[in-house]
Write a protein that binds this ligand. Sequence first.
Ligand code: NAP
Length: 308
Amino acid sequence: MHNLVIIGSGPAGLTAAIYAARANLSPLLIEGWQSGGQLTTTTEVENYPGFSKGIMGPELMKEMRGQAARFGTEFLTGDVSAVDLARRPFRLTIDGEHTVETAALILATGASAIPLGLPNERRLTGHGVSTCATCDGYFFRGKELVVVGGGDSALEEATFLTKFARTVTVVHRRDKLRASKIMQDRAMKNEKISFAWNSVVEDILGTDLVIGARLKNLVTGTSSELACDGIFVAIGHRPNTDLFKGQLAMDEKGYILTSQGTATSVAGVFAAGDVQDTKYRQAITAAGSGCMAAIDAERFLESTLHHL
Ligand code: NAP
C-alpha cells in the first residue's frame, strides 16, 4: 500500500515525483517500458527555462529522473494494464501480473502521435513511415522525405530531417501553417524544405519499403504521386487515457477534465501534463502541472489522514 503512485515519466510525472518525494510521501512512479515521455523523441529543447544554450530532450529527462531519484522516488518499470478507481485504495494492475494499491494517484500518462489512418501506413511503419524524426532520421541520409502536418512538430521534424535528407517536402492540408513564427521562419529559410500546400496524403506507396506518396490537392481535387523514401507523420497527438475511460470525466477527445488545480472527477486522483492539457502542451507547462498535482495530492492525503 502506497501513499502516492504516479503513472508516467515525462516532465509532469517526474516533477510530481520530485515534489512528492521532498514532501516525504515516498512516491512510487510507474515509468512504463519506454521511460521519459515525448521529450525522449525530440532533439534540442530551446525553450525550457534554465538552459540558456538549450538542452537535448533525452538529457533533460535523464536529469529530471535523477532529481526525482535523489529524493527517494521509487521507480517501477512496467505498463499499467488496468486501474480500479471505484474505491480507495485505488488498485493498479501492472503488466497484467501484479497489483499495486495506493491512497492517492497522479495520472501523467501524456499523449501519443496520431496516425493518418491509412491502410498502408501501419504496414509500412518502420519501413519508411515514422512519427519520430529524432529516432529514425539517421536512416535517411541523402534521401527524399515527406513530413505531414503544419504545426510546430511538423516543422521541427522537417528542419531536423534536413541534417540527413536531400529534400524534405512538407505536406499541409491548408495554405497557412499552424506553427509558431520562429519555426516557420526557420523552415522557410531552409533550402532543402519545400511545401505542398492544400494537400493531404491519400495513400502511401511501396511494397516492402516506402517509395512514394499519393497526394490529393484539396483545392483542385487532383491527385499526384510524389516519389520519396520516407514519410514522417506529425499531425498532433491524442491523450493516453484509454485505461481510465468510464472511470473519470473526460472531454470528447479523451482528455481528462480537471478542476481546482489538478483534481479529477474522482477524489484522490489527480491529472497532470498533456493527458489533461488541450491548450498549452509544453514541457514547462507539463512540469508546472506536475508540481501542482503533487501539492494537491499531499493536501488530499493530509485531509484524509491516509498518509502512511
Ligand atoms: P498541432 O499544433 O495540433 O498541429 C497539427 C498539424 O497537423 C496542424 O497543422 C493540422 O492541420 C495538421 N493535421 C491534423 N490532423 C490532420 C490530418 N488528419 N491530416 C493532415 N493534417 C492534419 O500539433 P503539434 O505540431 O504536434 O504541436 C502540439 C503542441 O506542441 C503545440 O502547442 C505546439 O506549439 C507544441 N510544440 C512545440 C514545439 C516547440 O516549441 N519547439 C515543438 C513541437 C510541438 P491544421 O493546421 O489545418 O489544423
